[in-house]
Design a protein around this ligand. Structure first.
Ligand SMILES: [Zn+2]
Length: 315
């Protein structure tokens, strides 16, 4: 079931986190918007992609150096609409999408009480991403919010779910059964919620409930922070440990979540995650007892990376 266009779409899928990407194929253009917007744009005729511009109303203009087609098809929310292309005075072809309304790209609750969102990839695309990545011996992390995206990621066979807001009980059970990890990223969710409004505050509560259920079910929870989603000089990433303990882990469980379990997730248990002969000497030290107060990890006094001391405030 492998064919060239699909491989091109994989390239774009891998870059999707940069928000907007275009594969290099001249025959077919498929552009994907991150943030769960189910937008794809296809020009079936030769067109040389030039650049994109995202406008304040969330409409998008695509620019082509040349195009044999005079229109492209925009598939939004499952409905394909042809949009005419225009040639500007400099000879560049352009096409502008309709504005993406909040309903289209936002996370929302439906009558079932579950958090939903539109899924970015078809099952074929997601499976191709996982197959190709596993073939190269790598793990696949799915940056997934909303139960539909999580379900799609699980169907595709990913190794870990990042964020995971909207995890259902059945999905948690499946993850436990299949040994799939969850990286809940509580800190960044709580940090961005006030500014984003909409359902984001509810999503923070949802993560708390899910975390407590997952813990009871014995899910593999690995500590991750979504670094880049916040200014890590202003917000201490180790706050994540504090949330895990507040939500029910023992301090040791939280520490293992950020060390041994996270190493396991990466497939790096032979190199990192515990203090043992033969592993990287990656160590931190604090001045208090993190087992009685896990916030000690927010006040790291000593850092050794692969045997080299990078910080030492312990005298
Ligand atoms: Zn993220």
């Amino acid at each position: 079931m492998r064919c060239q266009p699909r491989r091109d779409r994989i390239v774009s899928a891998k870059l999707a986190h940069m928000n907007l990407v275009a594969p290099r194929t001249p025959r077919k253009l498929a552009l994907l918007l991150a943030l769960s917007a189910p937008l794809s744009l296809a020009a079936e005729a030769p067109a040389r992609f030039h650049s994109t511009e995202i406008h304040a109303d969330r409409s998008v203009t695509f620019f082509y150096k040349d195009a044999a087609a005079t229109k492209v098809t925009l598939a939004l929310d499952g409905v394909a609409k042809p949009i005419p292309m225009e040639k500007d005075t400099t000879g560049i072809w352009t096409v502008t999408t309709q504005p993406l309304t909040p309903e289209i790209y936002s996370y929302h609750f439906e009558a079932d009480g579950v958090l939903h969102s539109r899924v970015n990839f078809t099952d074929d695309e997601a499976k191709a991403i996982v197959e190709e990545t596993h073939r190269l011996g790598k793990k696949v992390a799915a940056h997934a919010i909303g139960s539909d995206g999580i379900a799609a990621a699980l169907r595709a066979g990913v190794d870990t779910i990042e964020h995971g807001d909207g995890l259902t009980d059945a999905q948690m059970d499946e993850m436990v059964r299949r040994g799939i990890y969850w990286v809940p990223t509580i800190t960044v969710g709580a940090y961005v919620a006030p500014g984003r409004g909409s359902n984001w505050a509810k999503m923070v509560d949802l993560e708390k409930v899910a975390f407590q259920k997952a813990l009871k079910k014995g899910m593999k929870i690995a500590l991750g922070t979504d670094a880049g989603g916040f200014d890590w000089k202003a917000l201490n990433q180790a706050t994540e440990f504090e949330y895990y303990v507040k939500y029910g882990m023992t301090p040791m469980q939280a520490i293992r979540s950020g060390t041994a379990v996270a190493a396991e997730l990466l497939g790096w248990s032979d190199r990192i995650g515990s203090v043992e002969a033969g592993k990287f000497a990656d160590l931190v030290a604090v001045s208090g007892d993190p087992l009685s107060d896990v916030t000690e990890l927010e006040r790291v006094k000593f850092v050794m990376k692969a045997g080299t001391v990078l910080k030492s405030d312990i005298h």
